[in-house]
Design a protein around this ligand. Structure first.
Ligand SMILES: C[S@@+](CC[C@H](N)C(=O)[O-])C[C@H]1O[C@@H](n2cnc3c(N)ncnc32)[C@H](O)[C@@H]1O
Length: 536
């Protein structure tokens, strides 16, 4: 048997290994829209709670890496307070540097182990722990849930994501094979390249059997994933997926209860087709049991669970009534598409194929208005005002029908709810203005964030233009700056494999790329509503 001090020193050796691993191979640090307090708060209010307004909230992120998730939140909500902690000093240094460059006074980063967090530091309205829980040892997992329980405010909500069984099981087979193959290799880059090469070989030579099928599927998917993800998901010391039931047992032990999944649509049995009734029957009134069956039937690999202090349990009401939607703002990315269904002649569809059909003209118009406001948000009161302004008299029955349709679209995932509006800008203004974080990020790297808290990748032309989108430059000034960049060979255009050198052709390329980048930035919600300059 091990003594307490031997156990403690083994634990600190293991922690040091984790720290070194993230110092050596930092995790690519991105914003996660689904973990944004505005989204968490919207889900909570749909489930009957009254969460704290994000404008003045206090937010803690555990395992924040280089602050890719927390920093844009702090930039968007200057009156709210943000704290990020992480075991890796290198990532914390990167986070501090970016926050400093953006001049943020409402965010702090601490190089700290979650197991040593001061529990008297109470009162967090939102605690985010994304991509950490499954990737740490048992004591750290327990410390995460313990910290959530002891530092959440009474109305606070914790978001914890983790890998789940049984869906993760096939990936475990591939992880085990990769780990065994690189067991004697210490250098991180070598470990990664050898493990990847081995999996490619295994993929090409896996037997024609259910085992081989599972390997091929995981290996093909893995080929498209980034280096830091593969390294930390498949080669990290710890990756312990668990069943949802076991996760909830651990949460309950720590005084936390299940509020819901951050994406409500994943909780609706009807979204799982033919097994919907079976899930309802097997789950009965036990939401945790029903969710566990959803995992079994769907084979999902990942969960993003919202937890609240046990005292909030009586306030939770999972019967989402349409009136709870009235104060929320809805984001979407669907488009109207033609349909030959005579019963439902109006159809809206998003990129992953989720569809909503209606035969009611006012509902069709409401959805067209939502589409017109993309990538910004729409709310129910705004829709009513817009419809009335367009001369559409709305009876109470019409209004109820619109609200019910919004609810349906939300529950199937065609709409996403937020407690705060998102007003996106248009490229047609004379002097476009871009989000300040994006303007600054463009100078330093190839990725940034948009108004919807989603990651945005930037090409060389976008990186050149973004810092200029501060409301002082019109199209001619932007084109002139691009021309200068071409002359100084910072940017070059290539056509049919040849560098473009002819002045007239360069002018044409500049016009094309300027139009393209402004269109992209508009569609990606990177432009702000601009008060400078009339419409062009
Ligand atoms: C897989 S990364 C996820 C990072 C980030 N949350 C994301 O999703 O992009 C896990 C992070 O947890 C941090 N971490 C691991 N153990 C920790 C601990 N005991 N205390 C604080 N942070 C820890 C790591 O340094 C790393 O940055």
């Amino acid at each position: 048997m091990m003594t307490e001090s031997a156990e403690a020193s083994e634990f600190s050796v293991a922690q040091a290994k984790v720290r070194t691993s993230y110092d050596e191979v930092p995790y690519a640090s991105y914003p996660y829209a689904q973990s944004h307090p505005c989204r968490i708060a919207a889900t909570a209010s749909l489930l009957g709670l009254t969460p704290r307004d994000v404008e003045t909230a206090s937010v803690l992120e555990i395992g924040c890496a280089a602050g890719g998730n927390l920093i844009p939140m702090a930039a968007a909500y200057p009156k709210a307070r943000f704290l990020g902690i992480d075991l890796s000093s290198k990532q914390i240094d990167q986070a501090r540097a970016r926050a400093k460059r953006l001049g943020l006074a409402n965010i702090e980063f601490r190089h700290q182990d979650v197991t040593s967090f001061e529990k008297s530091d109470r009162g967090y309205d939102y605690i985010i722990c994304h991509g950490v829980y499954s990737w740490v040892s048992d004591p750290v997992r327990d410390a995460i849930l313990g910290l959530c329980a002891s530092t959440l405010s009474p109305d606070g909500i914790a978001y914890v994501s983790y890998n789940v069984l049984p869906g993760w099981r096939p990936r475990q087979v591939v992880r085990d094979a990769m780990l065994a193959h690189v067991a004697d290799i210490a250098d991180p880059a070598q470990r990664l390249s050898q493990a990847r090469a081995f999996i490619d070989f295994l993929n090409a030579n896996a037997p024609k059997s259910p085992y081989g099928e599972a390997i091929r599927e995981v290996a093909s998917w893995l080929g498209s994933m980034g280096a830091s993800y593969v390294f930390h998901e498949f080669l990290e010391i710890d990756n312990a997926p668990c069943t949802f039931k076991d996760f909830m047992k651990a949460a309950n032990r720590n005084g936390l209860v299940f509020l819901g999944e951050c994406e409500l649509r994943s909780m609706l049995p009807e979204n799982y087709g033919a097994v919907a009734q079976t899930i309802r029957t097997l789950g009965g009134n036990d939401v945790v049991a029903a969710e566990q069956y959803i995992d079994v039937f769907s084979g999902r690999t990942f969960r993003q669970t919202l937890l609240v202090p046990a005292a909030r349990l009586p306030a939770i009401s999972r019967n989402v009534s349409p009136d709870r939607l009235a104060s929320l703002h809805f984001l979407s990315s669907f488009a109207a598409v033609p349909t030959d269904d005579p019963n439902f002649p109006h159809m809206f569809k998003d990129a992953i194929g989720t569809t909503f059909k209606t035969r009611i003209d006012n509902v069709r118009r409401a959805f067209q208005l939502i589409q017109a406001s993309q990538p910004g948000s729409s709310s129910y009161p705004q829709l009513l005002d817009q419809l009335k302004a367009a001369g559409r008299p709305l009876t109470p029955a019409d209004q109820a029908e619109i609200l019910k349709s919004l609810q349906t679209a939300l529950m199937i995932g065609l709409l996403t709810a937020s407690t705060r509006p998102i007003e996106a800008g248009r490229r047609s203004v004379e002097r476009p203005v871009a989000l300040e974080v994006a303007r600054s990020d463009a100078v330093h790297g190839t990725s940034t964030v948009n108004l919807r808290h989603e990651p945005v990748e930037l090409d060389v032309v976008a990186r050149h233009l973004l810092p200029l989108l501060d409301g002082t430059n019109d199209a001619a000034a932007l084109a002139a700056s691009l021309n200068q960049a071409v002359k100084s060979e910072t940017i070059g255009f290539v056509r049919e494999g040849q560098r473009v050198t002819d002045d007239a052709e360069i002018e044409a390329c500049i016009a094309d790329h300027l139009g393209r980048v402004l269109r992209q930035l508009e569609g990606q919600a990177v432009l702000l509503p601009s008060e400078t300059g009339a419409k062009a």
